[in-house]
Design a protein around this ligand. Structure first.
Ligand SMILES: Cc1cc2nc3c(=O)[nH]c(=O)nc-3n(C[C@H](O)[C@H](O)[C@H](O)COP(=O)(O)OP(=O)(O)OC[C@H]3O[C@@H](n4cnc5c(N)ncnc54)[C@H](O)[C@@H]3O)c2cc1C
Length: 445
C-alpha cells in the first residue's frame, strides 16, 4: 500500500527542533505542515532530558535581579568551546533563546522560572530555565505535542519513520522535494516545498559512533535508542559537509543504574573519590561533559560522589535525584567509618579525601553518596548549517529545499566534548526550530 501527500513543510522528527519548527511554521494558517515521528515508545531526547532551557536576557532573570543578555550567553559558550568558526550560529541561537522561552511560558502556557539553584560550570549567571517542580523535559514535550496536534493545519504522524529524502536533480542542482516514510505497513510519499531534518544525532548507532567517536570506546548511552543518525546517510548523498563529528554531550555523573545526579552537587560541596580513596579532580573545574574523561580514567571507570544534608536539601529538588532514588542509586551513611565500609574503602584514606580543599566547605555527617560512571547522552557533531538552518555543502553552497537543526546539525560543543555547556543541546534544537519555523511562516522558503 502506498499513500501520497502534498504539504508545504515536512519535519522529520517530533523532538525539540521538529516541534518548535512545526509549531512556528503552522502559526501561518495558509501553510500545511506535516511532522513525522519515528517512535513514541521511549520519546525523544528532549523528553528524557532535564528540560533545562538556557537563555540569557529573559524577564524571569530580570525579575530575579540577574543581569544577562544574549551577548553574554554567546560569550560564555564561546569561552567554553573556543569554536570561533561558529560564532555567527551561536549568536543567532542565543539571540532567539529569550524569545522562545517567553513564548513557551506566556503564549503556550507552560510554567517556567529561572533556576537560581542550577549552578553549572561555564555559565556565568543563572540562566537555565525549568518548570518550578523540576519535572524534566517530559511534561514540556507532551505540552508542545498536544498544542501541535490540535492545530487544524498540522498533521502529526506518530510511528512514522522517515526512510529517505526525495531529491530532484543531482550534484549542485539537487533539490529536496520531500521525504519517503512508513506508517502502519504503508509506504508514504510526502511532497513538500521545505523539508526540515530534526532527527537528532547518532549516539544510538554503534557503527557511526565507531566511525566518528572511536576514542570514546563503547560508552554507556544515556539517550533514547531512536537517535540512530538516520539523516547522516541522506546528507552524505547530498554532499553535505559535516563538522565537529567527534564531539558529544558526555556526562561524568551517571550513576551505575544509568540515572544522573544533580550537576549542581559540586557547587554544594560534593566530593569525588576514586576506589583507591583518592580525590582525583577539582569537582568544579569541569562541566559534566568535561568531567567524563576524568571519571573514565579512574579504576573501573567509577568514582564515589559524597555530599551531606545541607547539599541534599537543595540538590534533591530535581527529577535526576528523584529518578536516582527510585532506581536505588543513592545511599547514606551516618559517619565516615560506615561510609568507608559501605564503599569498600580504607576509612583513614576516605576521611583524608573528604578534607575540604581551599575555598570549599567541610561536609558534615551524615553523608549521602552515589557510585558514578560516565556515558554519552547525545552526539554534538552534524551537518554544517548557516544561521537559518540551511544545509551547507563542502563548497559552501546550500541544498535547496532543506533545513536542519538540533542534533542533526553541528552543535555548540565545538570540536571536543569538553566544550559542551549545560543547556547547549536544547538551545541548538529549539533555537533552530524557532528560526526555521519563523522563516517558513513568513514565506522565506
Ligand atoms: C538524559 C539527557 C538529558 C539532557 N538534558 C538536557 C537539558 O537539560 N538541557 C539541554 O539543553 N539539553 C539536554 N539534553 C540534550 C537535548 O535533549 C538534545 O540535545 C535535544 O533533545 C536535541 O533535540 P533534537 O530535536 O535534535 O532531537 P530530539 O529531541 O531527540 O528529537 C528527535 C526526534 O526525531 C525522531 N527521529 C529519529 N529518526 C527519525 C526518522 N528517521 N524519522 C522520523 N523521526 C525520527 C526521534 O525519535 C526523536 O523523537 C539532554 C539529553 C539527554 C539524553
Amino acid at each position: 500500500m502506498a499513500e501520497d501527500f502534498e504539504v508545504d513543510v515536512v519535519c522529520a522528527g517530533a523532538g525539540a527542533c521538529g516541534l518548535l519548527a512545526g509549531l512556528r511554521a503552522s502559526e501561518n494558517p495558509a501553510l500545511v505542515v506535516a511532522v513525522l515521528e519515528k517512535s513514541t515508545r521511549e520519546g525523544c531526547n528532549a523528553q528524557v532530558s532535564s528540560g533545562s532551557l538556557a537563555a540569557g536576557g529573559t524577564r524571569f532573570q530580570a525579575a530575579a535581579g540577574i543581569e544577562d543578555s544574549p551577548a553574554r550567553h554567546a560569550a560564555d559558550i564561546l569561552a567554553e568551546n573556543g569554536d570561533e568558526r561558529h560564532r555567527p550560529l551561536i549568536e543567532a541561537l542565543t539571540a532567539v533563546a529569550p524569545r522562545y522561552v517567553h513564548w513557551i511560558a506566556d503564549d503556550l502556557g507552560y510554567p517556567l522560572e529561572v533556576g537560581v539553584d542550577m549552578t553549572r560550570h561555564g555559565i556565568s549567571v543563572p540562566r537555565l530555565h525549568a518548570d518550578p517542580l523540576r519535572r524534566g523535559g517530559g511534561p514540556l514535550v507532551s505540552h508542545l505535542r498536544r498544542i501541535l496536534a490540535e492545530r487544524p493545519n498540522v498533521a502529526l504522524l506518530d510511528e512514522a519513520p522517515v526512510t529517505g529524502l526525495r531529491v530532484e536533480g543531482s550534484g549542485p542542482d539537487a533539490r529536496v522535494v520531500g521525504v519517503t516514510a512508513r506508517q502502519s505497513g504503508a509506504d508514504l510519499t510526502v511532497s513538500a516545498r521545505t523539508t526540515v531534518l530534526a532527527t537528532d544525532g547518532f549516539a544510538g548507532n554503534r557503527a557511526l559512533m565507531r566511525e566518528f567517536c572511536a576514542e570514546l570506546g563503547d560508552p554507556f548511552h544515556g539517550g533514547v535508542s531512536t537517535a540512530t543518525g538516520d539523516a547522516v546517510a541522506w546528507l552524505r548523498d547530498l554532499g553535505a559537509e559535516f563538522r565537529n563529528m567527534g564531539a558529544c554531550l558526555r556526562h561524568g555523573q551517571v550513576t551505575l543504574h544509568g540515572t544522573r545526579v544533580n550537576p549542581n552537587l559540586p557547587w554544594l560541596g560534593a566530593v569525588l573519590v576514586n576506589t583507591r580513596g583518592e580525590r582525583f579532580v577539582d569537582e568544579q573545574a569541569y562541566g559534566y561533559s568535561g568531567l567524563a574523561p576524568h571519571v573514565a580514567a579512574q579504576p573501573n571507570e567509577r568514582a564515589l560522589m559524597v555530599w551531606d544534608d545541607e547539599a541534599d536539601l537543595v540538590a534533591s529538588h530535581s527529577e535526576m535525584m528523584r529518578d536516582s532514588a527510585k532506581a536505588g542509586a543513592l545511599g547514606s551513611a551516618p559517619d565516615v567509618v560506615t561510609l568507608a565500609e559501605e564503599a569498600g574503602m580504607e576509612p583513614l584514606l576516605l576521611d583524608r579525601a573528604l578534607e575540604p580543599v581551599s575555598g570549599r566547605r567541610r561536609l558534615v555527617a551524615p553523608f549521602h553518596y552515589a557510585w558514578l560512571t560516565h556515558g554519552v547522552l547525545t552526539t554534538q557533531g552534524g551537518a554544517a548549517i548557516d544561521t537559518h538552518g540551511r544545509v551547507l555543502r563542502r563548497d559552501g553552497s546550500t541544498v535547496a529545499g532543506l533545513r536542519a537543526g538540533g542534533g542533526t546539525a553541528v552543535g555548540l560543543a565545538g570540536p571536543d566534548s569538553s566544550g559542551y555547556s549545560s543547556g547547549n543541546g536544547l538551545l541548538a534544537a529549539m533555537g533552530m526550530g524557532w528560526i526555521v519555523g519563523n522563516d517558513l511562516a513568513a514565506g522565506l522558503t
